[in-house]
Design a protein around this ligand. Structure first.
Ligand code: ARG
Ligand code: ZN
Length: 855
């Protein structure tokens, strides 16, 4: 069945209070729920339920007989006649048998919950929708030896011992919340503890709960938590509101983390980090996700979503907030480059394919499928544009008004936009289209120069492509940061301007342009659009050397590379001279920081090249072309230059400052270029780096390069890595991934063999993704000509689908790219999608993704 945005109706019953009692046990947990319900509309009380074993129902103390209620499709319907009632249900659930990892489940001997979006119905009968807000009081009881720690939302109010070796804890959450924010955890956990004093002087106890052996690996997450708490006070005026803030890390988790009120639950990948086991990117991801979940306390929890079509209200806004936080804590330029790269890799691809949908979707079959790059990352870009249009002061006035107006409510995207308009003083009438129209707009820009008049005219036009279910789109409100540079002087001709493109086309005139200008447009990536210009390789080379906006400078280099790569695929052209020259100049530029250089000289991925080619893609040709350009850069810039750069960066001490990270980044990019044609010296250098590494960044970088060679060093480092880290699941994931990302002969067969390795399991989502997910991302191998890559991934995802639909459904997207591929591959990809759709018992999640991908 399809749920549609236009069909929203307010709930017929409210549940102002709920008390829950859990008798916890891995095999069989008993849940008693007492709901105080109040009529808000007409009709019976309908409570959602899924996989619940109902033991009893009573209303106002009277036990109901079987004829007094109905149980259909899991849901419980009670025909209440009055306007208020107290409804009590008792159910039993089986956490150890819960392989979907939604509701209450077991992980590593502990018990935990995941309720967003619709998991609470797997815990107890309840109106499982985000616009029903309740005050929760929760009592947990469990075996004390097995589950010494008992946590839930809100503040702890009581705890004590019970007979038979059991104990209990009671938690009260004073803030009304939707049930998707409910959480419990029971386990043998230890905490890294700390405290935080809020801006008004309240003291908050902070704790991150993990296995005893992992406590020391929580220090980075704890620092990020305290930094986030301060940052939200300074930048949004938002203060934390409970006496405690708990985080729990678990190994089995369907995605990154969850913002349950006062009790965030994380995939351990986004908490545990130390130099030995986590890369620089892992450290950054830990801080970003900790911040993200913390920021949800205001953008998501205090103000939640009215219905799931409003998901970007909390996710887009919270991603924007975590991006700004990370930028402030590190290098803003590098962060912006990383965010745009991720947006293009995931969201632009989604927007250009069969699964394209607006930031505020119109319909869904399974809401779990809409936790997408569009809702999250494009949603964040939309808010960034609004902030750009308003300017910092008015944006802050807008967000202040949003919090003031809607605190304690389940709000809509429209409420958010209205608050920005009213508080910030703007008209976002046309801007709202960013929420309703899918597809990445294309902006074409043409700059003409009149030397006699000393003027330049920029002609702009926009087009929004058709997407499934949407055509004939209206022009969008697009903020474009623009500047001109003098080709002779190399300097800026006047200040950067913010041009608001609103019509299908527009022109912009620049006066007093005394020399031929070069256009710099969409600086800092001010709008999530594709820009097409007639700029030449010389123009891009010029901008890569002179643009003062770091993003634009990076972008110029990327364009130069992309044009070269596309040319190489299409015509085998090999004139890499302008690119070699630009890369060489960037490497020599002492004014640039290492991280920036490392980012900007990295070639676009094979997937990005395929997206750019649009149709009839042959992944083998893409691979060959990219390898050719890589080698041209190795040889053009010179092996000696790359080696010297590598060596000069090799003895930096390990620290996590932006400078330290940047040095490692550039060093490993340099080593990567040396490996485009690895000679003995390069292999020896990589093995030495692997062996001497004091940190995971250097170790895994060397391993990743050696894995793709046919050398004895390959076997040595793979064995060593396994022996060293076999007891650490998160690091072993890296071992699987490194082997699945290779492109050398035999990679595919090797991955198939690894799927039979004793450490491989489809039950742990991280492990499954580390191997099968990595292969599906490996364009060259996934798209093998014989179709074996497609079959392997489809078989694996169907196997997971039977136990964990949410994790399986994410693997459909790579098949959805079939339209871009040459005919033979497109046919095989479609055939796999058809096989998936036709599989008896396939989940709703996977069915929705696969059937939509066929269109
Ligand atoms: N709200 C969580 C976060 O972004 C993610 C929940 C994902 N849920 C899902 N069903 N995919 O922080
Ligand atoms: Zn989120």
């Amino acid at each position: 069945t399809i749920t549609r945005r236009e069909d929203y109706a307010p709930p017929a019953w409210r549940v102002p209070d709920i008390s829950l009692a859990f008798a916890l046990d891995e095999a069989r947990t008993r849940v008693s729920a007492v709901l105080r319900v109040e009529r808000a509309g007409s009709g019976p009380l309908v409570l959602d339920g899924d996989d619940l074993d109902l033991k009893s129902v009573s209303v106002d103390g009277r036990v109901l007989g079987e004829g007094d209620y109905t149980l259909a499709n899991g849901n419980l319907t009670i025909p209440l006649t009055g306007d208020t009632a107290t409804v009590e249900t008792v159910v039993e659930i089986a956490p150890a048998a819960n392989s979907k990892l939604m509701g209450l489940y077991a992980s590593g001997g502990n018990l935990c919950t995941q309720c967003e979006a619709e998991g609470f119905r797997r815990v107890t009968f309840f109106p499982d929708r985000p616009d029903v807000l309740s005050r929760y009081s929760v009592e947990l009881n469990a075996d004390k030896a097995r589950y010494p720690v008992l946590l839930s939302n809100g503040n702890p109010v009581a705890a004590g011992d019970l007979p038979d070796g059991r104990h209990f804890a009671r938690w009260d959450d004073p803030f009304p919340k939707p049930c998707y924010l409910f959480a419990v955890v029971a386990g043998d956990l230890r905490a890294l503890e700390d405290s935080f004093e809020t801006m008004s002087g309240r003291h908050v106890k902070l704790a991150i709960w993990v296995r005893a052996a992992d406590v020391e690996k929580c220090r980075h997450a704890m620092q990020a938590l305290k930094d986030s708490m301060r940052w939200d006070e300074v930048h949004y005026g938002r203060e934390y509101d409970l006496d405690v803030f708990n985080i729990v890390a678990v190994d089995d988790f369907n995605f990154g983390a969850m913002e349950n009120k006062g009790l965030n639950i994380f995939n351990s990948k986004y908490i545990l980090a130390d130099a030995e086991t986590a890369t620089d990117a892992d450290f950054d991801a830990v801080a970003a996700v900790v911040a993200h979940e913390y920021f949800h306390n205001w953008t998501g929890n205090r103000i939640t979503c009215r219905d799931w079509f409003q998901l970007s209200l909390k996710e887009g806004l919270t991603v924007y907030r975590d991006q700004c936080f990370s930028a402030d804590m590190g290098s803003p330029a590098v962060k912006r480059i990383e965010d745009v790269r991720a947006l293009r890799a995931a969201q632009f691809q989604e927007d250009a394919g069969p699964l394209a949908h607006p930031v505020r979707p119109e319909s869904y079959i399974e809401i779990s499928n809409f936790y997408t790059a569009t809702v999250y990352n494009k949603g964040a870009e939309v808010i960034r544009m609004a902030a750009t249009l308003l300017g910092p002061e008015n944006y802050r006035k807008g967000t202040d008004l949003y919090f003031e107006r809607h605190d304690g409510e389940a709000a809509t995207v429209e409420d958010w936009v209205k608050a920005l308009e009213d508080g910030g003083g703007a008209d976002f009438g046309q801007f709202r289209l960013w929420y309703s129209q899918a597809g990445t707009p294309t902006v074409t820009a043409d700059l003409a120069y009149d030397p006699a008049a000393k003027s330049a005219t920029l002609t702009l036009a926009q087009a929004v492509p058709d997407t499934p279910g949407q055509s004939q789109k209206a022009p969008m409100h697009i903020p474009l940061k623009i500047a001109l540079f003098g080709r002779e002087s190399g300097s800026l001709l006047g200040p950067e301007q913010l041009f608001q493109l609103r019509g299908a086309s527009a022109t912009m005139t620049f006066e007093n342009v005394g020399e031929p200008p070069v256009l710099s447009i969409n600086r800092s990536f001010s709008a999530p659009v594709n820009v097409e210009t007639k700029r030449s390789a010389a123009d891009f080379a010029f901008l890569s050397a002179h643009d003062d906006d770091p993003f634009a400078r990076y972008e110029a280099m990327q364009q130069l590379m992309m044009d070269r790569l596309v040319d190489a695929v299409r015509s085998g052209g090999t004139d890499a001279a302008p690119l070699v020259e630009a890369v060489g100049r960037t490497l020599r530029n002492q004014a640039l920081d290492h991280a920036f250089i490392g980012e900007s000289i990295l070639l676009p991925t094979e997937t990005m090249i395929a997206e750019r080619l649009v149709a009839n893609v042959d992944p083998d040709a893409v691979h060959t072309a990219r390898e050719g350009v890589r080698r041209a850069l190795l040889e053009g810039v010179g092996r000696d230059t790359w080696s010297a750069l590598y060596t000069s960066l090799s003895d930096g001490a390990y620290d996590l400052s932006p400078g330290g990270k940047g040095g490692r980044r550039l060093k490993n990019v340099a080593l990567g270029y040396l490996f485009s044609r690895p000679d003995e010296a390069a292999v020896a250098a990589a093995e030495a780096q692997y062996t001497a590494a004091t940190n995971m960044t250097d170790r895994i970088a060397a391993l990743g390069l050696l894995v793709d060679t046919d050398t004895a060093a390959r076997e040595r480092v793979l064995q060593d890595f396994y022996d060293r880290f076999k007891g650490d699941a998160l690091v072993l994931d890296k071992w699987f991934t490194a082997q699945a990302l290779g492109t050398s002969e035999g990679t595919f067969e090797h991955v198939v063999a690894l799927a039979g390795h004793r450490d491989f399991t489809i039950r742990n989502p991280n492990r499954f993704r580390s191997l099968v997910g990595a292969l599906a991302m490996n364009q060259f191998v996934f798209h093998r000509k014989d179709g074996a890559g497609y079959r392997f991934v489809a078989d694996s995802l169907l196997e997971v689908d039977a136990i964990n639909p949410q994790t399986a459904a994410r693997f459909i997207a790579p098949f959805g790219r079939w339209r871009r591929m040459e005919d033979a591959r497109a046919g095989m990809m479609r055939a796999e999608l058809e096989r998936i759709v036709g599989t008896p018992g396939v989940s709703r999640d996977t069915f929705e993704m696969a059937s939509k991908s066929l269109v």
